[in-house]
Design a binder for this molecule. Structure first.
Ligand code: ZN
Length: 380
């Protein structure tokens, strides 16, 4: 058995200074050091640093030059290994609107890694299929020629690997698609890349939409007479929302407001693309050219194309731009996405019985150590 001592342990509702985490593959117990005999344990001394739950990135396309939509098994493995350095211990490899054949190849690559039984970095929860069932008017960086009419059978066919998918609730065929997926699968239905009115979005929520893809980006905005998809997502208690908290996709001045409204339904994501973890320069996203400079990734026409954000940085950005406590900000990248994905019994917080996915960080949330299911997999 192992234990971590001297950490500032970030729990789901507070930070505990004197708790010791005893774990094997799972967290066995949280107790005080005086209650155990340290000689019986393999001890990690956190030396006053934070110990946070492993982070969960439910929306990430690429990292370190790789992209899930390439459909390469090796690429998925590289990403899974790469993101543990950012404290991510569970993730949803995310596809773009590429051709149906390419999407299915990407699903297969993710399946291969997920079902291999071997260890490859952060654990795959399932695919996030972003598109192809979107509205061309809000395509953002998605390729218009590959946009398809929403098809619930397609999601049903791949329900073994798809964990969440994006649909524009107002387009032709969306209502039937949402109804079918809601009735026949456990796949999380997310509205995004959508030109829906407030009313159309609400109708989608009534049918089964319970998540919103990168709130504010690629959806109808909130104005007082037409509250749009943003208004619907904020107003409905049923809907969890993703936020790209890189301070570029969304003005940091709104972070606190969104957190206040959505509470436990706010999920930080990266929407990171293959330029993540790479130098500035030219890359591609879903087959389209993208230029990375600093924290910005833009297509030649100026359209924002994903991000190069890391999830630990997203938590830091949320924390440092709001009055949130650190444990509240951490929750937005751990327990909240885990709950949206139905994985909260296993992961997402430091609690007895959950998997020992633990991350030791400094005060700026730079990752020092990442532990997956009780094993140290990364040490800075
Ligand atoms: Zn995306």
């Amino acid at each position: 058995m192992k234990c971590i001592i001297n950490g500032k342990v970030v729990l789901k509702d507070r930070i505990a200074d004197n708790l010791c985490i005893v774990y094997g593959e799972k967290i066995e117990k949280l107790c005080f050091v005086k209650d155990i005999n340290l000689a019986d344990y393999e001890v990690i001394d956190a030396k006053g640093k934070y110990v946070i739950p492993g982070l969960v990135d439910m929306h990430i396309h690429g990292y370190l030059g790789e992209d899930v939509s390439d459909g390469k098994v090796e690429g998925v493995k590289v990403m899974a290994e790469g993101i543990i350095k950012n404290g991510v211990t569970a993730w949803c490899p995310t596809t773009m609107t590429v051709s149906k054949a390419e999407i299915e190849t990407a699903f297969d690559a993710v399946r291969t890694v997920k079902n291999s039984g071997e260890y490859y970095g952060a654990r795959i929860l399932g695919v996030n299929s972003e598109g192809p069932f979107i509205n061309p008017s809000k395509k953002g960086a998605q390729a218009e020629e590959h946009i398809l009419r929403p098809d619930g059978d397609f999601i049903k066919k791949h329900e073994d690997i798809v964990k969440v998918f994006t649909v524009a609730p107002e387009v032709d065929g969306a209502a039937e698609c949402i109804e079918k997926v809601k009735a026949e699968t456990k796949v999380l239905i997310s509205m995004g890349h959508t030109g829906a009115t407030f009313e159309e979005a609400n109708a989608g929520v009534e049918k089964g939409v319970s998540h919103a893809t990168h709130l504010f980006n690629a959806m109808t905005a909130l104005t007082h007479r037409s509250p749009g998809v943003v208004g619907s997502a904020l107003a409905s208690d049923k809907v969890s929302v993703e936020l790209i908290a890189d301070t570029f996709h969304v003005n940091a001045g709104l972070f606190g407001l969104v957190a206040k409204i959505k509470g436990d339904k706010l999920c930080l994501i990266t929407d990171c693309i293959r330029a993540g973890g790479m130098p500035d320069g030219d890359y591609t996203l879903g087959g389209q050219p993208v230029h990375k400079e600093g924290i910005k990734c833009l297509m030649p026409d100026g359209t924002i194309a994903g991000s190069v954000l890391t999830l630990n940085k997203a938590v830091y950005n949320l924390w440092s731009n709001t009055g949130l406590e650190l444990w509240e900000a951490v929750k937005c990248a751990s327990l909240n996405p885990a709950t949206a994905l139905g994985e909260e019994a296993e992961i997402g917080s430091i609690e007895e019985g959950k998997r020992a996915d633990l991350v030791i960080t400094d005060d700026a949330l730079n990752v020092q150590t990442t532990i997956l299911a009780g094993e140290i997999r990364y040490n800075a």
